[in-house]
Design a protein around this ligand. Structure first.
Ligand code: UDP
Ligand code: MG
Length: 327
């Protein structure tokens, strides 16, 4: 007869969230090593596995762990949604005061968890793991990752070396306030920064993959590029899109007007034939662009209002309120 070693508890202080897509070879050892580390902490914890539509034996292994251990929770997704949505699902079901996410392929070492918690105890709201040594191909993975990290740091103003790493710990309030879409898990620190938090970075080990295959290839490069544009927009202009689209539209408008005036001058003073002039096409193009960009800006302003109001999404986040009660 199998016995449940630990019964589920109500308020874990730590939730470990792990997305899994076809990781049957890793998940057993991962659980054993995690358990050893987490038992050593002397804290209430839960391990939350998110099965992201695995088609191998991952689901079966998870079921076995769930039956044996009351601290194991499993969130099963219907199909393969991708790592960011899987992480979101895990965060939504996590109950710990501190939420730690890590990969499930044994590349992130569970033995590093205490380092994250030390920083959180030291007052940081977000702690991000930095894989200083990575065993990945240079041209297809390491170089794009360096460029992406550099760009994200520049664009978001958050100084981390390794945004792409899911090995991160957060205070619960932070993660509940930041919604992640698309492949945006790498932007959580940046999005969190926009609501005002302390972020720390610590070096972590990154072991080579021993079982299964990496789920990512070159296509990640352009996705990350467009995500950077989106996140910059969300961080800086999501409540005031006209402040970015307005100036761009006006720029084209002014160029168009200037060219138009010049053409009119040439026509009136010198009787030039405008039909043959390239600048006429450019003038018309610029004015059309101006009208389109500015109307998009107005539409965006409308959308922003619908976005915030329909979801009850706050446009600010309060840390605390100090007030005197009625006397
Ligand atoms: N993963 C997932 N859904 C996916 C792709 C990946 O849950 O669609 C998980 C995967 O099982 C692993 C983690 O995300 O636990 C990181 O994936 P991977 O090791 O393939 O990424 P890499 O380390 O190569 O960046
Ligand atoms: Mg990996």
């Amino acid at each position: 007869m199998t016995t449940v070693e630990n019964t589920a508890r109500n308020n874990p202080s730590l939730s470990v969230v792990i997305p899994l897509y076809n990781e049957e070879g890793s998940v057993g050892e991962l659980y054993q090593r995690l358990k050893k580390v987490l038992d050593g902490l002397g804290k209430e914890y839960e391990i939350l596995f998110v099965n992201d539509g695995s088609t191998d034996g991952t689901g079966g292994v998870l079921k076995g762990l769930f039956q044996r251990d009351g601290r194991v929770k499993v969130v099963e997704l219907r199909t393969n949604f991708g790592k960011s949505p899987a992480l979101s699902a895990g965060f939504d079901h996590a109950q710990g005061d501190v939420i730690l996410s890590m990969d499930g392929d044994l590349q992130d070492c569970p033995e590093d968890i205490p380092l994250f918690l030390e920083k959180i105890d030291g007052g940081y709201d977000v702690v991000s793991g930095w894989r200083q040594q990575r065993d990945i191909p240079f041209f297809t993975r390491k170089l794009p990752s360096r460029v992406a990290n550099w760009m994200i740091a520049r664009v978001t103003g958050v100084d981390l070396h390794d945004f792409g790493n899911a090995y991160k710990a957060y205070r619960k309030e932070i993660i509940k306030d930041v919604k992640i879409y698309g492949d945006h898990h790498r932007f959580i620190p940046a999005l969190a920064k926009s609501i005002g938090v302390n972020i720390a970075e610590i070096p972590v080990r990154n072991d080579p993959r021993r079982h299964g295959q990496s789920k990512y290839g070159l296509e990640r490069i352009y996705k990350v590029f467009f995500d950077i544009i989106t996140v910059k927009f969300l961080m800086s202009y999501s409540t005031r899109p006209m402040h970015i689209l307005g100036p761009i539209g006006s720029f084209f408008g002014l160029v168009g007007i200037f060219l138009g005036m010049r053409l009119a001058y040439l026509k009136i003073m010198y009787g030039d034939k405008l039909g043959t002039k390239v600048s006429l096409s450019i003038c018309v193009l610029c004015i059309l662009l101006a009208v389109q960009i500015i109307t998009s800006g107005l539409l965006a302003e409308l959308l922003v209002r619908i976005y915030h109001e329909s979801q009850g999404k706050p446009i600010y986040v309060i840390k605390r309120v100090l007030e005197h009660g009625p006397s």
